[in-house]
Design a protein around this ligand. Sequence first.
Ligand SMILES: [Zn+2]
Length: 612
Amino acid sequence: MIRRTLALIVTLPLAGGCVLVPVPATMGFPVDHHSFARPESVRVTHVSLDLSLDFDEQRVVGEAGLVLDRSDADAPLVLDTHGLAVLSVHGADGTPREFRFGEDRGRLGTPLEIELAPGDESVSVRYRTSPDAVALQWLAPEQTAGERAPFLFTQGQSILTRSWIPLQDSPGIRVTYDARIRAPEGTVVVMSAEQSSRDDDGAFRFRMTRPIPPYLIALGCGDLASRDISERSRVWADPTLVEAAADELADTEAMILSAESLFGDYRWGRYDLLILPPAFPFGGMENPCLTFCTPTILAGDKSLVSLVAHELAHSWSGNLVTNATWSDFWLNEGFTVYFEARIMEEVFGEERANLEKALAFDDVVREMAELEPWAQKLHVDLEGKHPDDGFSAVPYEKGALLLRRIEELVGRDSFDAFLRRWFDEHAFESVTTAEFRRFLEDELLASAPQARAALDLELWLEAPGLPDDAPRAESSGIANVEDELARLRAGTDPSELETGEWVTQQWLHFLEACADEVDRERMGRLDEVFAFTETNNSEVLCVWLRLAVKHGYEAADGRLEGFVERVGRAKFLRPLYKELARTDPDRARALYARMRPRYHAVARAAVEEVLR
Ligand SMILES: [Zn+2]
Protein backbone atom coordinates (compact mmCIF):
# COMPACT_ATOMS: atom_id res chain seq x y z
CA MET A 1 0.00 0.00 0.00
CA ILE A 2 1.44 3.33 -1.03
CA ARG A 3 0.99 5.94 1.61
CA ARG A 4 1.37 9.66 1.31
CA THR A 5 4.63 10.47 3.07
CA LEU A 6 4.16 12.72 6.03
CA ALA A 7 6.72 15.23 7.16
CA LEU A 8 6.32 13.90 10.66
CA ILE A 9 9.38 13.79 12.84
CA VAL A 10 9.57 12.75 16.48
CA THR A 11 12.38 13.49 18.84
CA LEU A 12 13.67 10.56 20.84
CA PRO A 13 15.77 11.36 23.88
CA LEU A 14 19.00 9.37 23.67
CA ALA A 15 22.11 9.29 25.78
CA GLY A 16 24.31 12.07 24.44
CA GLY A 17 21.58 14.09 22.80
CA CYS A 18 18.46 13.84 20.66
CA VAL A 19 17.98 12.21 17.32
CA LEU A 20 15.34 12.92 14.72
CA VAL A 21 13.48 9.84 13.49
CA PRO A 22 11.05 9.92 10.57
CA VAL A 23 7.96 8.03 11.59
CA PRO A 24 6.38 5.63 9.13
CA ALA A 25 2.97 7.03 8.35
CA THR A 26 0.98 5.05 10.93
CA MET A 27 -0.71 8.30 11.92
CA GLY A 28 -1.13 9.23 8.27
CA PHE A 29 -3.75 8.49 5.70
CA PRO A 30 -3.40 5.87 2.99
CA VAL A 31 -4.03 7.00 -0.57
CA ASP A 32 -7.74 6.75 -1.21
CA HIS A 33 -8.47 6.81 -4.95
CA HIS A 34 -12.12 7.51 -4.20
CA SER A 35 -11.89 10.72 -2.21
CA PHE A 36 -10.70 14.22 -3.10
CA ALA A 37 -9.97 15.06 0.54
CA ARG A 38 -6.48 16.04 1.68
CA PRO A 39 -6.75 15.12 5.34
CA GLU A 40 -3.00 15.42 5.88
CA SER A 41 -3.48 19.21 5.46
CA VAL A 42 -6.96 19.84 6.85
CA ARG A 43 -9.10 17.11 8.33
CA VAL A 44 -12.76 17.12 9.35
CA THR A 45 -13.16 15.61 12.83
CA HIS A 46 -16.80 16.34 13.65
CA VAL A 47 -19.95 16.98 11.60
CA SER A 48 -22.90 18.91 12.99
CA LEU A 49 -26.02 18.52 10.84
CA ASP A 50 -29.05 20.81 10.97
CA LEU A 51 -31.34 19.52 8.23
CA SER A 52 -34.93 19.52 6.98
CA LEU A 53 -36.36 16.61 4.99
CA ASP A 54 -38.47 18.00 2.16
CA PHE A 55 -40.53 15.10 0.81
CA ASP A 56 -42.41 17.27 -1.72
CA GLU A 57 -39.24 18.44 -3.44
CA GLN A 58 -37.32 15.25 -2.55
CA ARG A 59 -34.46 17.26 -1.12
CA VAL A 60 -32.54 17.49 2.13
CA VAL A 61 -31.88 21.16 2.92
CA GLY A 62 -29.83 22.75 5.68
CA GLU A 63 -26.42 23.18 7.12
CA ALA A 64 -23.38 21.03 7.90
CA GLY A 65 -21.00 22.45 10.51
CA LEU A 66 -17.54 20.93 10.15
CA VAL A 67 -14.95 20.97 12.95
CA LEU A 68 -11.40 20.99 11.57
CA ASP A 69 -7.97 19.73 12.48
CA ARG A 70 -5.48 21.85 10.50
CA SER A 71 -1.95 20.55 10.01
CA ASP A 72 -1.17 23.02 7.23
CA ALA A 73 -2.27 26.57 8.08
CA ASP A 74 -2.17 27.67 4.43
CA ALA A 75 -4.07 24.78 2.91
CA PRO A 76 -7.73 24.95 1.89
CA LEU A 77 -10.32 22.50 3.17
CA VAL A 78 -11.19 19.98 0.44
CA LEU A 79 -14.49 18.10 0.69
CA ASP A 80 -16.22 15.41 -1.36
CA THR A 81 -19.59 16.29 -2.84
CA HIS A 82 -21.87 14.66 -5.41
CA GLY A 83 -24.71 16.69 -6.86
CA LEU A 84 -24.91 19.09 -3.91
CA ALA A 85 -25.91 22.72 -4.43
CA VAL A 86 -23.86 24.83 -2.02
CA LEU A 87 -25.64 28.04 -1.04
CA SER A 88 -22.99 29.59 1.21
CA VAL A 89 -20.01 28.83 3.44
CA HIS A 90 -19.27 30.68 6.67
CA GLY A 91 -16.48 30.68 9.22
CA ALA A 92 -17.17 30.33 12.94
CA ASP A 93 -17.29 34.14 13.19
CA GLY A 94 -20.25 34.20 10.80
CA THR A 95 -18.44 35.85 7.90
CA PRO A 96 -18.50 34.22 4.45
CA ARG A 97 -15.69 32.05 3.09
CA GLU A 98 -14.82 31.63 -0.56
CA PHE A 99 -15.47 28.27 -2.11
CA ARG A 100 -15.18 26.68 -5.54
CA PHE A 101 -16.07 23.36 -7.11
CA GLY A 102 -13.42 21.40 -9.00
CA GLU A 103 -13.92 19.21 -12.03
CA ASP A 104 -16.97 16.93 -12.06
CA ARG A 105 -15.63 13.36 -11.90
CA GLY A 106 -18.90 11.50 -12.58
CA ARG A 107 -19.64 8.80 -10.00
CA LEU A 108 -16.81 10.08 -7.77
CA GLY A 109 -18.54 13.45 -7.55
CA THR A 110 -16.93 16.87 -7.40
CA PRO A 111 -14.32 18.29 -5.04
CA LEU A 112 -15.35 21.38 -3.07
CA GLU A 113 -12.47 23.61 -2.02
CA ILE A 114 -13.01 26.13 0.80
CA GLU A 115 -10.56 28.94 1.60
CA LEU A 116 -10.01 29.12 5.35
CA ALA A 117 -9.21 32.19 7.42
CA PRO A 118 -6.21 31.88 9.78
CA GLY A 119 -8.25 31.27 12.93
CA ASP A 120 -10.91 28.96 11.45
CA GLU A 121 -11.41 25.91 13.60
CA SER A 122 -14.73 25.17 11.95
CA VAL A 123 -16.84 26.18 8.98
CA SER A 124 -20.50 25.73 8.13
CA VAL A 125 -21.81 24.84 4.69
CA ARG A 126 -25.41 25.68 3.74
CA TYR A 127 -26.55 23.33 1.01
CA ARG A 128 -29.28 21.26 -0.52
CA THR A 129 -29.24 17.84 -2.14
CA SER A 130 -30.32 17.03 -5.65
CA PRO A 131 -33.61 15.11 -6.17
CA ASP A 132 -31.55 12.25 -7.65
CA ALA A 133 -28.98 12.12 -4.82
CA VAL A 134 -27.62 8.56 -4.94
CA ALA A 135 -27.59 8.06 -1.16
CA LEU A 136 -31.26 8.93 -0.75
CA GLN A 137 -34.31 6.94 -1.67
CA TRP A 138 -37.67 8.69 -1.35
CA LEU A 139 -40.60 6.29 -1.33
CA ALA A 140 -44.26 7.02 -1.87
CA PRO A 141 -46.68 5.78 0.82
CA GLU A 142 -47.75 2.90 -1.51
CA GLN A 143 -44.19 1.57 -1.36
CA THR A 144 -44.44 1.01 2.41
CA ALA A 145 -46.21 -1.78 4.29
CA GLY A 146 -48.81 0.42 5.97
CA GLU A 147 -49.19 2.83 3.01
CA ARG A 148 -49.83 5.75 5.41
CA ALA A 149 -46.75 7.96 5.03
CA PRO A 150 -43.84 8.42 2.64
CA PHE A 151 -40.45 7.02 3.59
CA LEU A 152 -36.86 8.20 3.22
CA PHE A 153 -33.71 6.23 3.89
CA THR A 154 -30.04 6.87 3.26
CA GLN A 155 -27.36 4.42 2.17
CA GLY A 156 -23.79 5.68 2.54
CA GLN A 157 -21.61 2.74 1.60
CA SER A 158 -19.46 2.90 -0.32
CA ILE A 159 -19.04 6.52 -1.45
CA LEU A 160 -22.62 7.80 -1.43
CA THR A 161 -22.62 9.90 1.75
CA ARG A 162 -21.13 12.79 -0.24
CA SER A 163 -24.42 13.04 -2.15
CA TRP A 164 -26.26 14.15 1.01
CA ILE A 165 -23.55 15.63 3.25
CA PRO A 166 -20.52 17.68 2.16
CA LEU A 167 -17.62 16.03 4.02
CA GLN A 168 -14.41 14.07 3.59
CA ASP A 169 -15.95 10.84 2.39
CA SER A 170 -13.13 8.38 2.91
CA PRO A 171 -13.38 5.39 5.27
CA GLY A 172 -9.94 6.37 6.57
CA ILE A 173 -11.23 9.72 7.89
CA ARG A 174 -13.33 9.11 10.98
CA VAL A 175 -15.74 11.67 12.39
CA THR A 176 -18.12 12.05 15.28
CA TYR A 177 -21.45 13.69 14.54
CA ASP A 178 -24.56 15.26 15.93
CA ALA A 179 -27.76 16.06 14.11
CA ARG A 180 -30.97 18.04 14.36
CA ILE A 181 -33.53 16.80 11.81
CA ARG A 182 -36.92 18.28 10.94
CA ALA A 183 -39.38 15.93 9.25
CA PRO A 184 -43.08 16.03 8.27
CA GLU A 185 -45.65 15.55 11.00
CA GLY A 186 -46.63 11.94 11.58
CA THR A 187 -43.20 10.60 10.69
CA VAL A 188 -40.40 9.41 12.98
CA VAL A 189 -36.69 9.96 12.29
CA VAL A 190 -34.05 7.44 13.37
CA MET A 191 -30.29 7.65 12.85
CA SER A 192 -27.10 5.62 13.32
CA ALA A 193 -26.51 7.35 16.65
CA GLU A 194 -27.91 7.83 20.11
CA GLN A 195 -31.23 9.66 20.04
CA SER A 196 -30.77 12.41 22.60
CA SER A 197 -34.01 14.39 22.73
CA ARG A 198 -36.76 16.07 20.74
CA ASP A 199 -37.02 19.83 20.41
CA ASP A 200 -40.18 21.80 21.17
CA ASP A 201 -40.76 22.23 17.43
CA GLY A 202 -40.67 18.44 16.98
CA ALA A 203 -37.16 18.23 15.50
CA PHE A 204 -35.27 15.01 16.30
CA ARG A 205 -31.79 15.20 17.84
CA PHE A 206 -29.00 12.64 17.67
CA ARG A 207 -25.43 12.27 18.84
CA MET A 208 -22.65 9.88 17.80
CA THR A 209 -19.74 10.33 20.17
CA ARG A 210 -17.52 7.55 18.78
CA PRO A 211 -15.53 8.31 15.63
CA ILE A 212 -16.98 6.48 12.62
CA PRO A 213 -16.21 6.37 8.91
CA PRO A 214 -18.55 8.74 7.02
CA TYR A 215 -20.31 5.92 5.16
CA LEU A 216 -21.91 4.95 8.48
CA ILE A 217 -23.83 8.21 8.93
CA ALA A 218 -27.38 7.05 8.18
CA LEU A 219 -30.97 8.15 8.54
CA GLY A 220 -34.43 6.65 8.13
CA CYS A 221 -37.74 8.51 8.27
CA GLY A 222 -41.28 7.26 7.95
CA ASP A 223 -44.29 5.86 9.77
CA LEU A 224 -42.36 3.86 12.36
CA ALA A 225 -43.23 2.05 15.57
CA SER A 226 -40.85 0.25 17.92
CA ARG A 227 -40.81 -2.81 20.19
CA ASP A 228 -38.15 -3.56 22.79
CA ILE A 229 -36.55 -6.99 22.37
CA SER A 230 -34.02 -6.61 25.19
CA GLU A 231 -32.69 -3.88 27.45
CA ARG A 232 -30.32 -2.55 24.81
CA SER A 233 -32.19 -3.61 21.68
CA ARG A 234 -35.35 -2.52 19.95
CA VAL A 235 -36.89 -3.10 16.56
CA TRP A 236 -38.19 -0.18 14.49
CA ALA A 237 -40.61 -1.01 11.70
CA ASP A 238 -43.81 -0.04 9.97
CA PRO A 239 -46.56 -0.38 12.63
CA THR A 240 -48.15 -3.22 10.61
CA LEU A 241 -44.90 -5.24 10.72
CA VAL A 242 -43.42 -4.41 14.09
CA GLU A 243 -44.83 -7.38 16.05
CA ALA A 244 -43.77 -9.93 13.45
CA ALA A 245 -40.35 -8.31 13.22
CA ALA A 246 -39.87 -8.39 17.01
CA ASP A 247 -40.77 -12.12 17.04
CA GLU A 248 -38.45 -12.95 14.15
CA LEU A 249 -35.54 -11.06 15.74
CA ALA A 250 -36.08 -12.29 19.30
CA ASP A 251 -32.66 -14.02 19.35
CA THR A 252 -30.76 -10.75 18.86
CA GLU A 253 -29.70 -10.39 22.50
CA ALA A 254 -28.40 -13.99 22.53
CA MET A 255 -26.34 -13.09 19.46
CA ILE A 256 -24.90 -9.97 21.13
CA LEU A 257 -23.95 -11.97 24.22
CA SER A 258 -22.30 -14.64 22.11
CA ALA A 259 -20.39 -12.05 20.07
CA GLU A 260 -19.18 -10.37 23.27
CA SER A 261 -18.00 -13.68 24.69
CA LEU A 262 -15.97 -14.25 21.53
CA PHE A 263 -14.42 -10.90 20.78
CA GLY A 264 -14.94 -8.46 23.65
CA ASP A 265 -17.49 -5.91 24.79
CA TYR A 266 -20.05 -4.38 22.46
CA ARG A 267 -18.91 -0.74 22.44
CA TRP A 268 -21.78 1.15 20.86
CA GLY A 269 -24.38 1.38 23.63
CA ARG A 270 -27.64 0.39 21.93
CA TYR A 271 -28.11 -2.20 19.22
CA ASP A 272 -31.38 -1.39 17.46
CA LEU A 273 -32.72 -2.66 14.15
CA LEU A 274 -34.69 -0.78 11.52
CA ILE A 275 -36.84 -2.81 9.13
CA LEU A 276 -36.97 -0.85 5.89
CA PRO A 277 -39.49 -1.01 3.07
CA PRO A 278 -38.76 -3.72 0.46
CA ALA A 279 -37.09 -1.18 -1.86
CA PHE A 280 -33.98 -1.22 0.39
CA PRO A 281 -31.19 -2.34 -1.96
CA PHE A 282 -29.24 -4.46 0.53
CA GLY A 283 -29.96 -7.33 2.87
CA GLY A 284 -28.66 -5.30 5.74
CA MET A 285 -26.44 -2.35 6.45
CA GLU A 286 -24.44 -2.22 9.64
CA ASN A 287 -25.13 1.40 10.54
CA PRO A 288 -23.84 1.80 14.12
CA CYS A 289 -26.42 1.57 16.93
CA LEU A 290 -29.06 0.90 14.26
CA THR A 291 -28.72 -1.95 11.76
CA PHE A 292 -30.80 -1.39 8.61
CA CYS A 293 -32.57 -4.57 7.39
CA THR A 294 -34.56 -5.62 4.37
CA PRO A 295 -38.04 -6.95 5.27
CA THR A 296 -37.23 -9.97 3.07
CA ILE A 297 -35.50 -11.58 6.08
CA LEU A 298 -38.85 -11.88 7.85
CA ALA A 299 -39.48 -15.46 6.73
CA GLY A 300 -41.61 -16.32 9.76
CA ASP A 301 -39.29 -19.12 10.91
CA LYS A 302 -36.04 -17.30 11.82
CA SER A 303 -34.34 -19.12 8.94
CA LEU A 304 -32.78 -15.93 7.56
CA VAL A 305 -31.61 -14.30 10.80
CA SER A 306 -27.95 -15.03 10.06
CA LEU A 307 -28.20 -11.62 8.41
CA VAL A 308 -28.55 -10.10 11.89
CA ALA A 309 -25.52 -12.07 13.08
CA HIS A 310 -23.67 -10.59 10.11
CA GLU A 311 -24.67 -6.97 10.69
CA LEU A 312 -24.06 -7.32 14.43
CA ALA A 313 -20.57 -8.74 13.78
CA HIS A 314 -19.80 -5.54 11.89
CA SER A 315 -19.99 -3.74 15.25
CA TRP A 316 -16.46 -5.14 15.62
CA SER A 317 -15.22 -5.79 12.08
CA GLY A 318 -16.07 -2.75 9.99
CA ASN A 319 -17.45 -0.27 12.46
CA LEU A 320 -14.86 -0.64 15.23
CA VAL A 321 -12.00 -1.60 12.89
CA THR A 322 -12.66 -0.26 9.40
CA ASN A 323 -11.12 -0.78 5.98
CA ALA A 324 -8.94 2.30 5.38
CA THR A 325 -9.67 2.28 1.66
CA TRP A 326 -12.12 0.32 -0.51
CA SER A 327 -9.24 -1.90 -1.70
CA ASP A 328 -9.14 -3.22 1.88
CA PHE A 329 -12.89 -3.93 1.92
CA TRP A 330 -12.24 -7.62 2.62
CA LEU A 331 -11.00 -6.59 6.10
CA ASN A 332 -14.59 -5.50 6.78
CA GLU A 333 -16.50 -8.27 5.08
CA GLY A 334 -14.20 -11.28 5.31
CA PHE A 335 -13.81 -10.78 9.07
CA THR A 336 -17.55 -10.25 9.38
CA VAL A 337 -18.52 -13.44 7.52
CA TYR A 338 -16.02 -15.37 9.65
CA PHE A 339 -17.42 -13.81 12.82
CA GLU A 340 -21.05 -14.29 11.68
CA ALA A 341 -20.46 -18.06 11.35
CA ARG A 342 -18.98 -18.16 14.84
CA ILE A 343 -22.07 -16.43 16.26
CA MET A 344 -24.39 -18.79 14.34
CA GLU A 345 -22.44 -21.75 15.67
CA GLU A 346 -22.77 -20.47 19.27
CA VAL A 347 -26.46 -19.63 19.07
CA PHE A 348 -27.85 -22.24 16.62
CA GLY A 349 -25.24 -25.03 16.69
CA GLU A 350 -22.42 -26.29 14.48
CA GLU A 351 -24.58 -27.97 11.84
CA ARG A 352 -26.48 -24.75 11.03
CA ALA A 353 -23.19 -22.85 10.73
CA ASN A 354 -21.70 -25.57 8.51
CA LEU A 355 -24.77 -25.64 6.32
CA GLU A 356 -24.43 -21.91 5.68
CA LYS A 357 -20.68 -22.20 5.12
CA ALA A 358 -21.10 -25.04 2.61
CA LEU A 359 -23.68 -23.08 0.62
CA ALA A 360 -21.54 -19.95 0.64
CA PHE A 361 -18.55 -21.95 -0.60
CA ASP A 362 -20.52 -23.16 -3.61
CA ASP A 363 -21.77 -19.61 -4.23
CA VAL A 364 -18.32 -18.04 -4.28
CA VAL A 365 -16.93 -20.75 -6.57
CA ARG A 366 -19.88 -20.22 -8.95
CA GLU A 367 -19.54 -16.44 -8.84
CA MET A 368 -15.78 -16.40 -9.19
CA ALA A 369 -15.99 -18.39 -12.40
CA GLU A 370 -17.73 -15.40 -13.98
CA LEU A 371 -15.46 -12.66 -12.58
CA GLU A 372 -12.49 -11.11 -14.31
CA PRO A 373 -9.15 -11.98 -12.64
CA TRP A 374 -8.72 -8.54 -11.01
CA ALA A 375 -12.07 -8.92 -9.25
CA GLN A 376 -11.09 -12.33 -7.84
CA LYS A 377 -8.36 -10.81 -5.66
CA LEU A 378 -8.93 -10.12 -1.98
CA HIS A 379 -6.69 -7.08 -1.92
CA VAL A 380 -8.27 -5.59 -4.99
CA ASP A 381 -6.83 -2.75 -7.09
CA LEU A 382 -9.64 -0.23 -7.63
CA GLU A 383 -7.70 2.63 -9.16
CA GLY A 384 -9.81 4.02 -12.00
CA LYS A 385 -12.85 2.03 -10.85
CA HIS A 386 -15.82 2.72 -8.60
CA PRO A 387 -15.57 0.80 -5.30
CA ASP A 388 -18.88 -0.91 -6.04
CA ASP A 389 -17.38 -2.39 -9.24
CA GLY A 390 -15.42 -4.75 -7.00
CA PHE A 391 -18.55 -5.78 -5.10
CA SER A 392 -18.95 -9.58 -5.17
CA ALA A 393 -18.78 -12.59 -2.88
CA VAL A 394 -14.98 -12.45 -3.05
CA PRO A 395 -14.25 -10.01 -0.17
CA TYR A 396 -16.92 -11.79 1.88
CA GLU A 397 -16.40 -15.50 1.36
CA LYS A 398 -12.81 -15.70 0.17
CA GLY A 399 -11.92 -13.35 3.03
CA ALA A 400 -13.67 -15.59 5.57
CA LEU A 401 -12.03 -18.69 4.07
CA LEU A 402 -8.60 -17.14 4.58
CA LEU A 403 -9.39 -16.52 8.25
CA ARG A 404 -10.76 -20.07 8.64
CA ARG A 405 -7.59 -21.40 7.04
CA ILE A 406 -5.44 -19.49 9.55
CA GLU A 407 -7.64 -20.78 12.37
CA GLU A 408 -7.17 -24.32 11.07
CA LEU A 409 -3.39 -23.87 11.09
CA VAL A 410 -2.91 -22.25 14.49
CA GLY A 411 -5.89 -23.67 16.38
CA ARG A 412 -9.03 -21.89 17.52
CA ASP A 413 -7.76 -20.71 20.91
CA SER A 414 -4.71 -18.94 19.48
CA PHE A 415 -6.73 -17.48 16.65
CA ASP A 416 -9.42 -16.14 18.97
CA ALA A 417 -6.81 -14.49 21.17
CA PHE A 418 -5.27 -12.96 18.06
CA LEU A 419 -8.62 -11.62 16.85
CA ARG A 420 -9.38 -10.09 20.21
CA ARG A 421 -6.05 -8.25 20.11
CA TRP A 422 -6.74 -7.18 16.53
CA PHE A 423 -10.02 -5.56 17.58
CA ASP A 424 -8.67 -4.10 20.83
CA GLU A 425 -5.53 -2.60 19.37
CA HIS A 426 -7.24 -1.12 16.32
CA ALA A 427 -10.49 -0.01 17.95
CA PHE A 428 -11.95 3.10 16.27
CA GLU A 429 -9.20 3.03 13.63
CA SER A 430 -9.15 2.39 9.90
CA VAL A 431 -6.65 -0.21 8.72
CA THR A 432 -4.99 -1.38 5.50
CA THR A 433 -4.21 -4.87 4.24
CA ALA A 434 -0.49 -4.14 4.78
CA GLU A 435 -1.20 -3.38 8.44
CA PHE A 436 -3.11 -6.66 8.76
CA ARG A 437 -0.17 -8.56 7.28
CA ARG A 438 2.27 -6.95 9.71
CA PHE A 439 0.02 -7.60 12.69
CA LEU A 440 -0.57 -11.22 11.65
CA GLU A 441 3.15 -11.80 11.27
CA ASP A 442 4.14 -10.15 14.57
CA GLU A 443 1.28 -11.34 16.75
CA LEU A 444 0.61 -14.82 15.44
CA LEU A 445 2.82 -16.32 12.74
CA ALA A 446 6.15 -15.30 14.30
CA SER A 447 5.46 -17.78 17.09
CA ALA A 448 3.88 -20.42 14.82
CA PRO A 449 6.56 -21.32 12.26
CA GLN A 450 4.70 -24.37 10.93
CA ALA A 451 1.60 -22.33 10.23
CA ARG A 452 3.69 -19.62 8.62
CA ALA A 453 5.36 -22.17 6.35
CA ALA A 454 2.02 -23.67 5.32
CA LEU A 455 0.25 -20.37 4.62
CA ASP A 456 0.83 -18.64 1.29
CA LEU A 457 -0.49 -15.19 2.21
CA GLU A 458 0.66 -13.63 -1.04
CA LEU A 459 -1.43 -16.15 -2.97
CA TRP A 460 -4.47 -15.60 -0.76
CA LEU A 461 -4.34 -11.80 -0.81
CA GLU A 462 -2.86 -10.82 -4.13
CA ALA A 463 -3.73 -13.57 -6.63
CA PRO A 464 -7.03 -14.38 -8.39
CA GLY A 465 -8.92 -17.62 -7.74
CA LEU A 466 -9.42 -19.68 -4.63
CA PRO A 467 -6.29 -21.36 -3.15
CA ASP A 468 -6.42 -25.16 -2.91
CA ASP A 469 -6.13 -25.07 0.88
CA ALA A 470 -9.45 -23.19 1.27
CA PRO A 471 -11.28 -25.09 4.03
CA ARG A 472 -14.53 -26.82 3.09
CA ALA A 473 -17.30 -27.28 5.65
CA GLU A 474 -18.92 -30.69 6.05
CA SER A 475 -22.68 -30.50 6.51
CA SER A 476 -24.92 -33.50 7.17
CA GLY A 477 -27.84 -31.35 5.98
CA ILE A 478 -26.24 -30.94 2.57
CA ALA A 479 -25.40 -34.65 2.45
CA ASN A 480 -29.06 -35.39 3.10
CA VAL A 481 -30.11 -33.14 0.20
CA GLU A 482 -27.60 -34.89 -2.04
CA ASP A 483 -29.18 -38.27 -1.14
CA GLU A 484 -32.63 -37.03 -2.07
CA LEU A 485 -31.31 -35.47 -5.29
CA ALA A 486 -29.86 -38.86 -6.23
CA ARG A 487 -33.28 -40.44 -5.72
CA LEU A 488 -34.91 -37.71 -7.81
CA ARG A 489 -32.42 -38.30 -10.61
CA ALA A 490 -33.12 -42.03 -10.43
CA GLY A 491 -36.77 -41.35 -11.20
CA THR A 492 -38.40 -40.96 -7.78
CA ASP A 493 -41.40 -38.64 -7.92
CA PRO A 494 -40.86 -35.36 -5.96
CA SER A 495 -43.77 -36.27 -3.66
CA GLU A 496 -41.78 -39.32 -2.47
CA LEU A 497 -38.72 -37.30 -1.42
CA GLU A 498 -38.05 -36.93 2.30
CA THR A 499 -37.89 -33.18 2.75
CA GLY A 500 -40.05 -32.74 5.86
CA GLU A 501 -37.36 -31.28 8.13
CA TRP A 502 -35.53 -29.25 5.53
CA VAL A 503 -34.53 -25.67 6.34
CA THR A 504 -34.12 -22.79 3.89
CA GLN A 505 -30.45 -23.50 3.21
CA GLN A 506 -31.22 -27.09 2.20
CA TRP A 507 -33.92 -25.96 -0.20
CA LEU A 508 -31.48 -23.49 -1.70
CA HIS A 509 -28.93 -26.22 -2.25
CA PHE A 510 -31.61 -28.46 -3.75
CA LEU A 511 -32.74 -25.83 -6.24
CA GLU A 512 -29.21 -24.78 -7.22
CA ALA A 513 -28.34 -28.43 -7.83
CA CYS A 514 -31.43 -28.80 -10.03
CA ALA A 515 -30.67 -25.69 -12.07
CA ASP A 516 -29.31 -27.48 -15.11
CA GLU A 517 -31.34 -30.65 -14.77
CA VAL A 518 -34.96 -29.56 -14.78
CA ASP A 519 -37.10 -28.50 -17.70
CA ARG A 520 -40.47 -26.78 -17.86
CA GLU A 521 -42.40 -29.96 -17.25
CA ARG A 522 -40.30 -31.07 -14.27
CA MET A 523 -40.59 -27.60 -12.79
CA GLY A 524 -44.36 -27.92 -13.02
CA ARG A 525 -44.26 -31.17 -11.04
CA LEU A 526 -41.89 -29.70 -8.41
CA ASP A 527 -44.22 -26.72 -8.10
CA GLU A 528 -47.29 -28.95 -7.63
CA VAL A 529 -45.56 -30.78 -4.80
CA PHE A 530 -43.61 -27.98 -3.09
CA ALA A 531 -45.51 -24.81 -4.18
CA PHE A 532 -42.29 -22.89 -4.81
CA THR A 533 -44.04 -20.17 -6.81
CA GLU A 534 -46.15 -19.35 -3.75
CA THR A 535 -43.36 -19.41 -1.15
CA ASN A 536 -42.94 -16.42 1.16
CA ASN A 537 -39.28 -17.23 1.66
CA SER A 538 -37.55 -14.59 -0.46
CA GLU A 539 -34.27 -16.51 -0.83
CA VAL A 540 -35.98 -19.68 -2.05
CA LEU A 541 -38.32 -17.69 -4.28
CA CYS A 542 -35.45 -15.83 -5.91
CA VAL A 543 -33.66 -19.06 -6.94
CA TRP A 544 -36.93 -20.61 -8.10
CA LEU A 545 -37.80 -17.58 -10.23
CA ARG A 546 -34.35 -17.63 -11.80
CA LEU A 547 -34.91 -21.26 -12.80
CA ALA A 548 -38.36 -20.35 -14.10
CA VAL A 549 -36.85 -17.71 -16.38
CA LYS A 550 -34.08 -20.05 -17.48
CA HIS A 551 -36.44 -22.87 -18.44
CA GLY A 552 -39.37 -20.77 -19.68
CA TYR A 553 -41.67 -21.87 -16.84
CA GLU A 554 -44.39 -19.32 -17.55
CA ALA A 555 -46.62 -20.24 -14.62
CA ALA A 556 -44.25 -18.18 -12.43
CA ASP A 557 -44.30 -15.06 -14.67
CA GLY A 558 -46.85 -13.16 -12.58
CA ARG A 559 -44.95 -13.88 -9.38
CA LEU A 560 -41.70 -12.79 -11.03
CA GLU A 561 -43.11 -9.43 -12.08
CA GLY A 562 -44.68 -8.87 -8.67
CA PHE A 563 -41.40 -9.73 -6.95
CA VAL A 564 -39.16 -7.40 -8.97
CA GLU A 565 -41.79 -4.68 -8.61
CA ARG A 566 -41.98 -4.92 -4.82
CA VAL A 567 -38.44 -5.91 -3.82
CA GLY A 568 -35.47 -3.65 -4.55
CA ARG A 569 -32.75 -5.83 -3.03
CA ALA A 570 -29.82 -5.93 -5.45
CA LYS A 571 -28.89 -9.48 -4.41
CA PHE A 572 -32.21 -10.71 -5.86
CA LEU A 573 -32.62 -8.30 -8.78
CA ARG A 574 -29.21 -8.86 -10.31
CA PRO A 575 -29.44 -12.64 -10.93
CA LEU A 576 -33.07 -12.37 -12.06
CA TYR A 577 -32.37 -9.64 -14.60
CA LYS A 578 -29.21 -11.43 -15.67
CA GLU A 579 -31.14 -14.60 -16.45
CA LEU A 580 -33.84 -12.55 -18.19
CA ALA A 581 -31.21 -10.79 -20.29
CA ARG A 582 -29.76 -14.16 -21.27
CA THR A 583 -33.06 -15.67 -22.35
CA ASP A 584 -34.96 -12.64 -23.67
CA PRO A 585 -32.99 -9.35 -23.71
CA ASP A 586 -35.95 -7.29 -24.99
CA ARG A 587 -38.19 -8.49 -22.18
CA ALA A 588 -35.43 -7.79 -19.64
CA ARG A 589 -34.95 -4.23 -20.86
CA ALA A 590 -38.69 -3.50 -21.08
CA LEU A 591 -39.33 -4.85 -17.57
CA TYR A 592 -36.40 -2.90 -16.15
CA ALA A 593 -37.50 0.34 -17.85
CA ARG A 594 -40.86 -0.05 -16.09
CA MET A 595 -39.36 -0.89 -12.67
CA ARG A 596 -36.35 1.42 -12.64
CA PRO A 597 -38.05 4.33 -10.82
CA ARG A 598 -38.76 1.96 -7.92
CA TYR A 599 -35.10 1.02 -7.37
CA HIS A 600 -32.34 2.65 -5.33
CA ALA A 601 -29.26 3.88 -7.21
CA VAL A 602 -27.24 0.93 -5.85
CA ALA A 603 -29.74 -1.59 -7.23
CA ARG A 604 -29.94 0.27 -10.55
CA ALA A 605 -26.18 0.13 -10.97
CA ALA A 606 -26.18 -3.61 -10.19
CA VAL A 607 -28.93 -4.35 -12.71
CA GLU A 608 -27.62 -2.03 -15.42
CA GLU A 609 -24.29 -3.81 -15.30
CA VAL A 610 -25.92 -7.14 -16.26
CA LEU A 611 -28.18 -5.55 -18.89
CA ARG A 612 -25.29 -3.92 -20.76
ZN1 LIG B 1 -21.28 -7.01 5.63
